[in-house]
Design a protein around this ligand. Structure first.
Ligand code: SF4
Length: 348
C-alpha cells in the first residue's frame, strides 16, 4: 500500500501496477490529505470566505475541492475574495498591507506544509497582527498509517511512505509502526524509478522475512528529519486526535494551533456554521482508502461521480485515488478503444 497521493499518481500514470507480476498487488491508501479532510472543514472554509472583509487564501489545488454544495472557485466567481497563494508568508504580507481585511489562510496538507505555516504564525505574533488567521487541517502521516493498518487484519504486507513528509519529521515514528504491525515500510521518492526501487526493497525484505523501515531517498530524508523545521512546528502546533473523512477519529493524527496562538485560529475567530454535511450512501471511498476496493468497484465511478462533480472523498482532490483512476485509467481505456477501432477500420 502506498500512503501518498503523489505515489498513486506515479503508479497509475506509468502503469507500474500493471507491469508487476500477478502475485504482487498494489493497493492505494488514504493518499492525498485533501481526500481525508472532513467535508465540514471544506464547508466551513466556504462559509468563512463569504464573511465580511475576509480574504480567503488557498493553494491552487484547493480551489476546485468541492464541499457539500460548492467549491471556492464558485465562491470567487460569485464575489467572495478568494486568492491563490504559493506560501503562507504571502498571507502575512497581505495582512500587513491590508489591515482593513481579515486574511484567512486555509491550510490543508501533511507535515510538508507545516514549517511554512508555523513560521507565518510566529511572524504574525511577533508583528502583533490582529487580522491574520489560519484554518488548519494538517495530518501526521505516521499515525494515519497506523490507524489504517489497525483497520486491517494483516492483509497489507508492506507500505510505501512519503519521502516528502519524512524530509521534515524524519522516519523514526514509522519504526514504531513497522514493529507494531511487523511489516516493511519504505520511505520513498515519487519518481517512477524511485517507486520501483521502493517496491523492490519491500519485496526483498518480505522474501528475507524482514520488517524494518528503509530509506529509499537518503539524499533528502534522514531518520530524524529537519530539526529547524521541527522546532518551528513545535512552537506553533500540537498534536491532537482528529476525525478524518471516511477514516474516523485517529489518535494524535492532526496538528492544531497551540493555545498561545489562539488569536490566529480561524476555528475560534469565525462563527459561520455550515449546515451539517452528509456523505453519499453510494460512495465506497472508505474501502478505497483502506485498500479494500478499487474505484472501478464503485457503481457511481465515472457516471454520477466525476472530478467535475465529485460525490465522495477520493474524487475531490486531483490526487485522490478515484480522480487519478478517472484521469489515467479512463483515458487509457479510451485510447485502447480508439486503437481497436483504427485497427478494425484497416482490416475492413
Ligand atoms: S467514484 Fe465517487 S462515489 Fe465512488 S467511491 Fe469514488 S469518490 Fe466515492
Amino acid at each position: 500500500m502506498e500512503l501518498c497521493g503523489a505515489h498513486t499518481r506515479t503508479i497509475l500514470q506509468c502503469g507500474i501496477d500493471e507491469m508487476l507480476a500477478d502475485n504482487i498487488q498494489i493497493v492505494h491508501g488514504p493518499g492525498c490529505v485533501i481526500s481525508i479532510t472532513p467535508l465540514n472543514i471544506i464547508d466551513r472554509a466556504f462559509a468563512v470566505a463569504y464573511e465580511p472583509d475576509v480574504t480567503m487564501c488557498v493553494f491552487g489545488d484547493m480551489l476546485r475541492v468541492t464541499g457539500t454544495r460548492n467549491d471556492l472557485l464558485e465562491a470567487k466567481a460569485s464575489g467572495a475574495d478568494v486568492r491563490v497563494v504559493y506560501d503562507a508568508a504571502t498571507c502575512v504580507e497581505l495582512a500587513k498591507e491590508h489591515p482593513e481585511r481579515k486574511i484567512v489562510y486555509f491550510s490543508v496538507g501533511s507535515e510538508r506544509l507545516l514549517p511554512g505555516c508555523a513560521a507565518s504564525l510566529l511572524e504574525a505574533k511577533q508583528l502583533g497582527l490582529k487580522n491574520y488567521f489560519v484554518l488548519s487541517s494538517q495530518a501526521n502521516m505516521s499515525t494515519i498509517c497506523s490507524g489504517v493498518l489497525q483497520r486491517h487484519s494483516g492483509q497489507i504486507d508492506a507500505v510505501l511512505a512519503s519521502g516528502t513528509s519524512c524530509s521534515v519529521v524524519g522516519f523514526k515514528d514509522y519504526e514504531t509502526v513497522s514493529k507494531q504491525f511487523n511489516i516493511p515500510i519504505i520511505v520513498s521518492g515519487v519518481e517512477p524509478l524511485e517507486v520501483l526501487e521502493s517496491l523492490y526493497k519491500s519485496i526483498v525484505q518480505l522474501e528475507n522475512g524482514r520488517s524494518v523501515v528503509e530509506n529509499q531517498c537518503p539524499g533528502f530524508v534522514s531518520r530524524s528529519g529537519n530539526s529547524e523545521q521541527q522546532s518551528l512546528i513545535n512552537q506553533a502546533f500540537r498534536l491532537m486526535d482528529f476525525e478524518w473523512r471516511r477514516l474516523g477519529t485517529i489518535a494524535n493524527s492532526g496538528f492544531q494551533l497551540r493555545e498561545e496562538l489562539d488569536g490566529f485560529n480561524a476555528w475560534t475567530a469565525f462563527h459561520s456554521e455550515p449546515k451539517p454535511a452528509h456523505e453519499s450512501a453510494m460512495c465506497i471511498s472508505e474501502e478505497i482508502m483502506l485498500g479494500l476496493k478499487k474505484p472501478a468497484d464503485c457503481p457511481a465511478f465515472g457516471k454520477h461521480c466525476t472530478p467535475h462533480r465529485p460525490v465522495g472523498a477520493t474524487m475531490v482532490s486531483s490526487d485522490g485515488t478515484c480522480a487519478l483512476y478517472h484521469k489515467f485509467r479512463t483515458a487509457q481505456q479510451d485510447q485502447e478503444q480508439e486503437q481497436k477501432k483504427d485497427s478494425s477500420a484497416v482490416f475492413s
